[in-house]
Structure formats: C-alpha cells, structure tokens
Write a protein that binds this ligand. Structure first.
Ligand code: PEP
Length: 259
C-alpha cells in the first residue's frame, strides 16, 4: 500500500471529437449530480470546442455550482489575428475554460505538431491564465528500444524551456504512452510509476518548486484499472479518453482517485 499523497488528485476527461448538444447535456448532468459531493478530486471535462459554452452554462447553472471545471482540447498560440478557424487562449478563458490539453499524441501525429509549436502553446496558455495539461509519451517502437525516458525527457524539456519556472508551477503533465491510447493496452502501475518518478525528478532538478506538479497517467484507463494506477506514489490521477464518455465508468474512475 503506497503512502497517502498530499497532492490533490485530478481526473480529466478528454471527450475528443465526440458528442452532440443532447449528449453533452446528459453526460454533464449525470456527472454533476454524482460528483458534486466529492471535493477531494478535481474533475475536469474537455468537450469539443463548439460545446464549451454549453458545458460552461450547465456547470455554472447547477445548484450548488458544480466543482467540475472545464478545459479545452487545443488552442492556437497567438492571442488574436488572421488565423482562420483557430481559437486563442484568451477566448477559451473568456468562455470559462481554466485548463487546456496541449501536445496530445493525436495532435502530434495527425496534425504534425512539433515540440517547438507545442512550447509556444504552453507559453500562450499560461499567459492566458489557462493551466496547460502537457502530454508526453513514447511509441511502442521507442519503448521496445528502451528509449522511453529519453523521449519523454526531450518532449518535456522542449515544452518548458522557454517558460518561467514560476509560471510552469501552474502546469499539469500527462504521461500517455502512445501505444496505450485507445488500444485497451495499459501500462502496468509499475511501468507507469517508473516514468512518473523520472518526470518528477527531472522537474525537481529544474526547480524544487516544480516537484509537486500533478503528473497524470493516460492510456486506456478504466474503472477496473484506475485504482491500481492511481495508488502509485507519483501518479496523481488520470487523463481519460474513451472511458470519459460513459458517465458510470468516468464516475467510478473519479472515485478511484480518492486517497
Ligand atoms: C487520451 O486520448 O488522452 C486517452 C488517454 O485516451 P484513452 O483513455 O481512450 O486511451
């Protein structure tokens, strides 16, 4: 049994490109009524951008006001301008987002996002008052070549070297081995803990003030495996994809994060 952690756990739902107005309403109402009494876990939902305003209204209109927070799945690194189709950090903050996912492996792989571009997004998020949820993780081939630590370290360094230590204290890291995302394969608690411990050590080497940043695990987390993962000393909760769309699954994952 690992010692109780002093850091508050986070469970963040990445809804990806799923949902409808009716679906957002139903999912959020279920989460609000079941999760509101739980103050010890910070729950964050990240709906698709077009549903953020609706989600914000549902959360703000709940009585008592829900403790669930809202995040975006992406942002553009400039505050405004001629960037057709893009959404800025100040706009996300304006409609009630307080978090934003950055560097998700789907954006790196499908949309060609580079470490440099991701670093600009981290900086832009912090400047807009949003907490960046910075995703790091290796491919299966990289793990098989024993390159996990090197890959994760390079991604971390590239993303945070331009931002001040003081501002990155607001950051959140999500370790998401790419081979575990949406595949049903999960890193074992032991494998995940080793990488989390490494990330925390590197953050702490940069500045002791970064040692307590939340480090979440993501990759096929389900109600059935969440408790074992979240019990590891350096795993502070999870970034949840597929299972965040099913309210019973997601609620049980949130309950698994209680210390
Ligand atoms: C994700 O996309 O961030 C994720 C962790 O997905 P899944 O839980 O479906 O593996």
């Amino acid at each position: 049994m690992s010692p109780k952690k002093s850091r508050k756990p986070y469970v963040i739902g990445n809804w990806k490109m799923h949902g409808s107005k009716a679906g957002v309403d139903a999912l959020l109402q279920a989460l609000i009524s079941n999760l509101n009494p739980i103050q010890e876990v910070q729950v964050v939902v990240c709906p698709p951008a077009v549903y953020l305003e609706q989600a914000g209204r549902i959360i703000a209109g709940s009585s008592p006001v829900a403790s669930i927070s809202m995040g975006a799945q992406n942002l553009y690194p400039e505050p405004e301008g001629a960037f057709t189709g893009e959404i800025s950090g100040p706009m996300l903050f304006d409609i009630g987002c307080r978090y934003v996912i950055i560097g998700h492996s789907e954006r790196r792989a499908l949309f060609g996002e580079t470490d440099g571009f991701i670093a600009r997004k981290v900086d832009a998020a912090l400047k807009a008052g949003l907490r960046p949820i910075l995703c790091l993780g290796e491919t299966r081939a990289e793990r098989e070549k024993a390159k996990t630590f090197e890959v994760v370290f390079n991604q971390l360094e590239a993303a945070i070297k331009e931002v001040s230590v003081e501002s990155f204290k607001q950051g959140i890291i999500a370790y998401e081995p790419i081979w575990a995302i949406g595949t049903g394969l999960t890193a074992s608690p032991h494998e995940a803990q080793a990488v989390h411990q490494f990330i925390r050590a590197k953050l702490s080497e940069r500045d002791p003030g970064l040692a307590n940043i939340p480090i979440l695990y993501g990759g096929s987390v389900k109600a059935s495996n969440a408790k074992a993962l979240f019990s590891e000393p350096d795993i502070d909760g999870g970034l949840i994809g597929g299972a965040s769309l099913n309210h019973e699954e997601f609620i049980n994952i949130c309950l698994s994060a209680l210390n």
